[in-house]
Design a protein around this ligand. Structure first.
Ligand code: ZN
Length: 228
């Protein structure tokens, strides 16, 4: 019994002759690692840019984080499809029935077939678009020629609309804005992030399609044509 009680009680505040030196070693190692990492971050072009991912610091989750559907990975029953879109992709011809010339996310990731899925931020509402998951900072490009307009709001966070010939596209949760004003298909209008009600969740582009400027419809069949 006596020998058991003499063992340090895992992580307790009690003094131990072995704890102080080890803490110092950890602190010194940590400091060296920080210096090395900071140095690497300052080397321009040290990382390949083949998928066009721009390094952007990940926002910290809100202290009030709670799952709301938009700050989570796709739920059970939601199919996802791989997205691979390169800068060299050739724009497709657009029409009313096939309104996108290019995939709105330029890089690698996956799109969730989640139009109508439940969302809870600001009260229950059905999901009005598809979430295209990709690494933080992946370029968001306009899928057609149009006019890019910033449209920040509480749920969407940093958001941008692109008004085109057949309707408008809405992209939300941007980590940063790109070009605004007149844009050609493929020009960068923002970067993937998790602002708004996606805070604390996996970075993605919440993408909506509003034909004729009316209510959103499921963009999934159109995205499949250009994001494969
Ligand atoms: Zn969404």
């Amino acid at each position: 019994m006596g020998s058991v009680n003499m063992l340090p009680s895992g992580g307790g505040p009690g003094p131990s002759p072995f704890q102080a030196p080890r803490r110092w070693r950890v602190a010194v190692l940590g400091a060296i690692t920080c210096v090395l990492l900071a140095g690497c971050g300052q080397v321009q072009g040290a990382h390949p840019s083949t998928v066009g991912v721009r390094p952007v610091a990940s926002p910290r989750p809100s202290p009030q984080y709670s799952p709301n559907g938009e700050n989570e990975a796709p739920g059970p029953g939601i199919a996802t499809y791989e997205v691979v879109s390169k800068k060299t992709a050739r724009p497709k011809r657009v029409s009313e029935k096939s309104p996108f010339a290019l995939c709105p996310v330029r890089g690698s990731g996956y799109v969730a077939d989640d139009f109508g899925a439940p969302r809870y931020a600001g009260g229950y509402h059905p999901h009005q678009g598809n979430d295209i998951f990709a690494p933080q900072g992946t370029p968001i490009v306009t899928p057609f020629d149009g006019l890019a307009v910033r449209s920040p709001n509480l749920l969407g966070g940093n958001a941008v609309k692109v008004l085109g010939q057949f309707g408008y596209a809405y992209n939300a949760h941007l980590s940063a804005y790109g070009k605004t004003g007149p844009v050609r298909a493929g020009e960068i209008v923002g970067y993937v992030g998790n602002t708004g009600d996606a805070l604390g969740g996996p970075p993605h582009n919440h993408f909506e399609w509003h034909p004729g400027g009316g209510p959103a419809i499921d963009p999934f069949p159109f995205l499949l044509k250009v994001c494969g």
